[in-house]
Design a binder for this molecule. Structure first.
Ligand code: KG4
Ligand code: ZN
Length: 366
């Protein structure tokens, strides 16, 4: 049995989880969404301060509820990037302190790989798998050879899929973060499949580009200003469908389709060519945008047509959380991999190195 603490502070969620193998013993989370909503996006300096303010009390509560002491831990797994540097440093400092004090192995986890492993909490992922990672900061197609061996096949050249939703929502005066709201409004109308383009698919690659789509929405809203909500609702406010500007739900449905269908096209393209063709045994999607109901339906269609199992995390494990970090840490721990106290944070835009070292014998497998 392996007892692992997961620490996630790479963006605007402060999240912790205690995992014994695949059983979640306790979880703790403090979302900063309200603090950043005022600014329409994450303010890095504010995010680091909030992590520092929240982590201590969250950890105390988590350990008390699970009846666990830091000395009981086999490993402390911490998201080490990519993410906001100042935010990552807060989580890394806590992880190093705990590992040093309690003798647990320190394991730096790639935040993107952790997202893709989230479905493994409930079911074994048949490897090799094709993974689609779609979040607020990243959009990638990844070949997952095993739970500890990943290869990026394609990535966004500009905005992430979640950003495409959030920025489009902002131009409509919908509350931040806009993806979930656009998904809900999209469910109220039929899409016009020709209203927005399938961005960056007329090429031969597996990369993505969503900045043009965002601009298409901004131009459409400029030409149809009555679509905008007159005032920005408070975060989390419920929108009354009866009071929505006419045509807004249809525009959201059309935009939702444009993003989800673009993702589907590139997933199918990846499945049709080496190294995936004839080799992958499952399809995985993860990250905040994997909560999108239309994307889930489109990917289910792809998986069914190709006879592949589709593994999706439950919506609560799509967005940033501590469980996925603890789970990724568990796989690395079992593979005998860990880090030293010189573990470094990796900011957004840089590749996370595979700089593991063999696990110290002072953290034996129990
Ligand atoms: O994975 P995540 O929590 O953050 C990053 O690691 O970046 O994803 C947050 C993103 C936001 O852009 C949010 O708008 C989007 O996920 N999102 C959605 C949905 N729920 C969250 N996008 C589309 N449909 C949803 N249902
Ligand atoms: Zn994330």
């Amino acid at each position: 049995m392996t007892l692992v603490l997961g620490i996630e502070t790479s963006c605007d969620e402060t999240a912790l989880a205690l995992l014994r193998d695949r059983t979640v013993l306790a979880e703790a989370m403090a979302s900063q969404v309200d603090a950043h909503a005022l600014f329409g996006g994450v303010v890095p300096e504010l995010a680091s301060r909030e992590h520092l303010r929240c982590l201590g009390p969250l950890l105390d509560g988590l350990l008390a509820r699970a009846g666990v002491s830091p000395r009981d831990l086999d490993a402390v797994a911490v998201a080490r990037g990519p993410g906001l540097l100042g935010s990552l440093l807060v989580g890394l400092s806590l992880a190093k302190g705990l590992a040093l004090a309690g003798g647990a192995a320190l394991i730096g986890v790639n935040h993107l790989e952790a997202h893709l492993l989230a479905p493994a909490l409930d079911a074994d992922i048949p490897f090799p798998a094709l993974g689609l990672l779609v979040s607020g900061g990243h959009t990638q197609l990844v070949r997952m050879r095993s739970a500890t061996d990943f290869e990026t096949l394609g990535r966004t050249l500009d905005d992430a899929a979640g950003e495409a939703f959030d920025k489009a929502a902002k131009s409509l005066n919908l509350p931040y973060p806009g993806g979930r709201v656009m998904d809900e409004l999209a469910g109220l109308a039929e899409p016009d499949p020709d209203l927005f383009p399938r961005a960056y698919v007329a090429n031969d690659n597996l990369d993505f580009s969503f900045s043009g789509l965002k601009t298409a929405m901004a131009q459409y809203v400029a030409a149809h200003p009555s679509l905008r909500l007159p005032t920005l609702p408070t975060p989390g406010a419920l929108l009354d469908p009866a009071l929505l500007p006419p045509g807004l739900a249809r525009v959201c449905a059309s935009y939702n389709l444009a993003v989800a269908d673009t993702l589907r096209i590139k997933v199918e393209r990846a499945l049709d060519r080496p190294p995936c063709r004839g080799e992958v045994r499952s399809l995985v999607a993860a990250g905040g945008v994997a909560a999108n109901s239309l994307l889930r339906r489109l990917l289910a269609g792809v998986a069914e047509r190709r006879g592949l199992p589709l593994l999706l995390p439950p919506p609560r494990l799509c967005t940033d959380n501590g469980v996925m970090v603890a789970l990724a840490g568990t796989f690395l721990y079992r593979a005998g991999l860990a880090h030293g106290l010189d573990l470094e944070a990796v900011p957004r835009g840089r590749t996370v190195p595979r700089d593991f070292r063999p696990r110290e014998p002072h953290a034996p497998e129990r």
